[in-house]
Design a protein around this ligand. Structure first.
Ligand SMILES: Nc1ncnc2c1ncn2[C@@H]1O[C@H](COP(=O)(O)OP(=O)(O)O)[C@@H](O)[C@H]1O
Ligand SMILES: [Mg+2]
Length: 467
């Protein structure tokens, strides 16, 4: 059964139970009241009839012994007379025998009824026959001169009271029907109001479970359902975010794998080409050149594998770093010294502005980081100078800046991705796998620092590291 039907059923059954209970109570109270007033009326009439009969018969009788004969001859007249005052059928009994009756006597009337029998003990009595056509039987003793006891019996029809009782019941049935219809209509409207947000939420949940990660519940109420919708929405947000992250991660892994295979393919093809040449040629010069290329390509591949290993080592969560108090100024000067030769080949000179700072870092990693950044500026910037600034206030800040080609904003987003190279054709001539900045980023992370690259095309690149 649907919720809506349950709500309506609940309302209608509550209403009907109340109406039935109320109907039973009210019809019983009024019916009892009506019967009570009838009883009082008949009691009064009974007393009156008894007195009237006694006086009438006493007047007619010449002596006390004349009473039975007078009673016998006047019973029919008396019953008919009394019928007019009491307004119901009147009978007069002497013991078991029916002396007079205001209506025609039928066979059943000769059996003495219990309430009449009661009057033999000089008590009045009554009984009410069962529905549907109830009749009020009332009998009162008529004692004449303390010697003769007669009975006067009233057979009073309760049709009017029965009709009233039926009318009351009918009224309640009609009220029940009409109010059920109203409850049905109003209940439908209200339950629609209650159920609409639930239905909407259900719809959204279905959409979401089918894979529509953008579907969200519209919150229209501030009740429990509204709260549930709200909870659902934030759950959906979280799931969406998680799935997006997973997809991105998957994408990254795939592009990493693609790039790796692509990069490794070129040197391998070169090596195999020259090996083939070696098999075929006898020319010493060609042999020499082939061996030279095989050697340098092999070394290049080895370098890449080493970089990759380093990156994967850095990416491990539990990789321990060997931190120690290090003179950073000295470390940077050493790096510049060792790169002096390469820089000169590219017509670049260093301008150092280093404060004498010692700091707790992993010296090998830090060195690797500085080398990678300076190496990029040397290889890619075509700048004249590389400015290296080291300060501390209170964080350690290292800025390496060149004034060369710069990096486009679009590429800047990706430079930290492994194997990412801005211009593949340009860079392929220069050694480089696109792993350098990925390693730099991991080293900064391991030192709980931040790295920021500011770069403008044709203006230069500024790399700020703060630990
Ligand atoms: N100072 C710079 N000036 C211009 N381009 C740079 C600079 N530093 C890095 N890049 C670009 O960022 C890319 C990624 O650098 P990196 O990860 O070190 O890879 P790689 O040096 O192996 O090419 C480089 O290919 C280069 O195009
Ligand atoms: Mg590099």
């Amino acid at each position: 059964m649907k919720l809506k039907q349950k709500i309506i059923l609940l309302n209608i059954s509550t209403l009907l139970i109340m109406l039935i209970a109320l109907g039973i109570i009210i019809s019983n109270i009024t019916d009892n009241y009506n019967l009570y007033t009838r009883l009082q009326y008949l009691q009064g009439q009974g007393d009156y009839a008894a007195t009237y009969i006694e006086q009438y018969v006493m007047n007619k009788s010449r002596s006390f012994f004349d009473v039975p004969a007078q009673m016998e001859s006047n019973a029919d007249y008396l019953s008919e007379f009394l019928e007019k005052t009491v307004n119901c059928r009147v009978q007069i009994y002497y013991g078991n025998s029916l002396l007079g009756d205001s209506e025609d006597i039928v066979a059943a009337d000769t059996i003495v009824r219990p309430e009449v029998a009661q009057t033999f003990q000089k008590n009045s009595a009554y009984y009410i026959s069962k529905s549907p056509n109830r009749t009020f039987y009332y009998a009162a003793p008529v004692v004449i001169g303390n010697k003769y006891t007669y009975s006067v019996a009233f057979i009073y029809s309760l049709a009017e009271i029965d009709k009233m009782k039926n009318n009351t019941i009918q009224m309640f049935v009609i009220t029940g029907l009409i109010s059920s219809i109203i409850v049905l209509l109003v209940g439908t409207a209200i339950s629609n109001m209650i159920i609409y947000p639930i239905k909407a939420l259900n719809h959204t949940t279905k959409q979401f479970s089918k894979g529509d990660l953008n579907s969200r519940a519209v919150i229209t109420t501030h009740d429990e359902v509204g709260e549930l919708s709200h909870t659902f929405n934030s759950m959906a947000d979280n799931i969406h975010e998680m799935i997006t992250k997973l997809n991105n991660e998957k994408e990254k892994q795939k592009s990493f794998f693609d790039n790796f295979t692509h990069e490794i393919r070129t040197p391998l093809t070169t090596i195999l080409g020259y090996t083939d040449l070696l098999w075929k040629t006898n020319d010493e010069e060609v042999k020499d050149r082939s061996l030279f290329h095989i050697d340098s390509e092999g070394k290049r591949m080895l370098k890449m594998v080493e970089s990759l290993l380093e990156l994967s080592k850095l990416k491990k969560f539990d990789m321990e770093i060997n931190k120690q108090n290090t003179n950073i100024k000295q470390l940077i000067e050493e790096v510049c010294d060792s790169m002096q030769y390469k820089a000169r080949r590219y017509n670049i000179s260093f301008r150092l502005n280093l404060e004498p700072i010692t700091y707790i870092i992993d010296p090998d990693m830090f060195k690797q980081m500085v080398i990678n950044i300076i190496d990029n500026s040397i290889k890619y910037s075509k700048s004249q100078f590389i400015d290296i600034t080291l300060t501390k206030n209170p964080k350690l800040s290292l800025v390496i800046e060149d004034y060369g080609l710069g990096i486009s904003p679009k590429s800047l987003e990706n430079v930290f991705e492994p194997y990412y190279k801005v211009d593949k054709s340009r860079n392929s001539k220069i050694e480089g796998w696109g792993l350098g900045l990925s390693i730099v980023k991991e080293i900064v992370n391991k030192h709980d620092g931040t790295i920021n690259i500011v770069s403008t095309l044709d203006k230069g690149t500024r790399i700020e590291i703060s630990l």
